[in-house]
Design a protein around this ligand. Structure first.
Ligand code: M6R
Length: 606
């Protein structure tokens, strides 16, 4: 949703750290951005700069010597990059927000549900609001507490005690060399450097400066102090809490573009490596076994998946794998799950979520847990909320994904789901194990030989695109369509190939390319070929994603080839072709590929 960074360090470096951190967090929101700095001088003041638009708009006013908003120097600071919920993206609605007397500045990620009542009371008491945001109430609550004689920390705690909803909030005070933060249902991680300390919504914001991190829990408060890197985590009563210090397992370079034009393209090309990471140490090919000590107690007799977006498509794939192994399984859209919770019984409820912070998925899992279900998190982000709330966690180990549209994490979700079924409900499936072993190199072959760019060029002007597939390739078709709509803003839909004739076929014309995913030579492929003939007969251009084992090519105008492999891994290879197709179409259209309009990587509101 939004991205937050905070730093206590050297006065001549803090602004640079904040701007660097915001650059790394822009994937979380890019409607507007801002920073606030403070120093410890008695009678000191806050310097604030904020602008609507992407980070470059802020960069243009932040020059290290000062701005119209004030001299931007200070040993402590906070920054924010926004994905709007309350109020459009304007300078005034950009964070940080300040109180009437400019004594405190805050940044907020989440939603304050009781803001309207608080705002009414504060306005009645004479506080003047300058934005339409829910967040601004926090500054005036703090101000009211300061007016009653509270210390900065006391005022911060008093304000947090009044608000309801989801939040990470960070604050700096004029004349105080400290950053204060609190979290509830929203991510916050603490970074411990040699001579500086950091807080952020996500590790990439400060990874370049340190690999030592602490994960505060919901309801906890963080205080970073100047001078020697002091930090504390405490509970709502102010009692200090001893926290473990973790070491981040990936490097700062992993969050750079490595020479690629976009993060998404880099992440698509990283898939051989991220898949290797996912599989490493987990596949005992000789023994025909999967080693997953973290879930060895699991013995599911029925499974429910909950997930959103791309992760939902991985969940559909996962449910199909469990069913194929004879275990009843269903995938649910997390946002719908809570509206009509299915009977849970002994089902294992699996939350699939790259970020581990998706509010819809967390709610669905909480609902399931509240009804007694055992839960498993399948996630990419170590220490994320989902990882801490579920009894079991299986990490997909894809490494940081910055492009808003998921790519390498989808492939790793599919690989991890195979590991999960092999470890829990399948008795030694050597064919799948061998295909998984080869998956990184077969993905590399797809990347090396893909003609997706040429095919994308041929259809960049199409009015709409339809993706079809059956079985596991149905989830691939849905994901291919989602990818295309996210980054091209073109109309795209995925359909079960057999369903096309029941209605959507009415949309098919010479202007609508149909992308048919048909791998293998079995019944599903043969039936998909039948559906391809139906669209071909109506004049639609056909792009076939195939391993050449069916005769789909005979009816296709273009072919995107994948190597022959097991049907389960063929789905991963086909999705790589569709990622490239979406990417190159978006590039032809000149879209903002890494930061598509209206979207954010991590959706922390319901
Ligand atoms: O972090 P999650 O996997 O829970 O995110 C769920 C969706 O918001 C996410 O997959 C979204 O659809 C991506 N932008 C897909 O590209």
């Amino acid at each position: 949703m939004c991205g937050i960074i905070g730093c206590v360090g050297r006065p001549d470096e803090t602004l640079d750290v904040l701007m660097h951190g915001l650059g790394k967090l822009e994937y979380r929101g890019y409607d507007s951005a801002g920073v606030a700095l403070a120093d410890g001088d008695v009678g000191g003041r806050l310097a604030v700069a904020k602008r609507a638009g992407e980070l470059d708009a802020l960069r243009s006013v932040v020059d290290h010597t000062g701005t119209a908003d004030g001299d931007l120097e200070g040993s402590v600071g906070i920054g924010h990059t926004r994905w709007s919920t309350h109020g459009p993206p304007t300078d005034a609605n950009a964070h940080p927000h300040t109180d009437c007397g400019s004594r405190v500045a805050i940044v907020h990620n989440g939603i304050i549900e009781n803001f309207q009542g608080l705002r009414d009371d504060l306005e009645a008491a004479g506080h003047e609001f300058t934005s339409e945001t829910d967040s601004e109430v926090v500054t005036h609550l703090i101000e009211a507490a300061l007016d009653e004689g509270a210390s900065p920390e006391g005022a911060f705690r008093a304000a947090i005690a009044r608000i309801e909803g989801s939040y990470t909030i960070a604050a700096v005070f004029a004349g105080t060399e400290a950053v204060f933060a609190a979290r509830n249902d929203s991510p916050l991680v603490l970074g411990l450097g040699e001579s500086a300390t950091y807080i952020a919504s996500d590790i990439p914001a400060f990874r370049e400066f340190t690999d030592r991190v602490v994960y505060p829990d919901d309801g906890e408060f963080v205080r970073l102090d100047a001078g020697g890197g002091g930090w504390t985590v405490s509970d709502a009563d102010g009692e200090e809490i001893t926290k473990e210090i973790d070491t981040v397992a990936w490097d700062a370079e992993d969050t750079g573009k490595s020479g690629f034009e976009h993060f998404m393209l880099k992440e698509i090309h990283e898939q051989p490596r991220s898949l290797r990471q996912c599989l490493r140490g987990r596949v005992d090919e000789l023994g025909g076994r999967i080693e997953l000590p973290e879930i060895e107690e699991l013995d599911p007799t029925a499974v429910q998946f909950v997930a959103a977006g791309t992760s939902y498509h991985a969940a559909l794939y996962g449910a199909a794998l469990f069913r194929a192994a004879g275990v009843p399984a269903q995938a649910f859209l997390a946002s719908e799950y809570v509206t009509s919770v299915p009977p849970i019984g002994d089902d294992l409820v699996i939350g699939v979520t790259q970020s581990g912070e998706t509010a819809d998925t967390l709610s669905a899992l909480r609902e399931a847990r509240g009804r007694g279900a055992e839960t498993l998190a399948l996630t990419n982000v170590v220490g994320s909320t989902v990882a801490r709330e579920c009894e079991h966690v299986l990490y997909i180990r894809a490494g940081p994904e910055i492009g808003v549209a998921a790519s390498k994490t989808f492939a790793s979700q599919l690989a991890a789901i195979n590991l999960l079924t092999l470890a829990t409900v399948e008795d030694g499936n050597r064919e799948v194990i061998a295909a998984l072993r080869d998956l990184p190199s077969t993905v590399q072959a797809v990347l090396d030989e893909s003609t997706a760019e040429t095919v994308a060029d041929a259809y960049a002007d199409a009015g709409a695109y339809f993706f079809i597939g059956r079985g596991l390739n149905f989830s691939v078709a849905l994901e291919g369509a989602l990818k295309l709509k996210e980054i091209t803003y073109r109309h795209a839909e995925g359909f079960a190939a057999g369903e096309l004739k029941h209605g959507p076929l009415a949309l098919v014309t010479q202007e609508t390319p149909v992308i048919a995913v048909a791998t293998g030579d079995g019944e599903l492929a043969r039936k998909t070929v039948g559906n391809v003939k139906e669209v071909e007969a109506r004049g639609a251009p056909v792009i076939a994603v195939t391993d050449g084992r069916s005769d789909v090519e005979r009816y296709a105008d273009h072919v995107l080839s994948v190597p022959e492999t097991h049907p389960r891994t063929a789905a991963v290879l086909a999705s790589v072709q569709l990622q490239l197709f979406a990417y190159h179409t978006a590039a032809d259209l000149g879209r903002s590929i890494d930061k598509p309009r209206n979207l954010a990587k991590s959706v922390t509101v319901e």
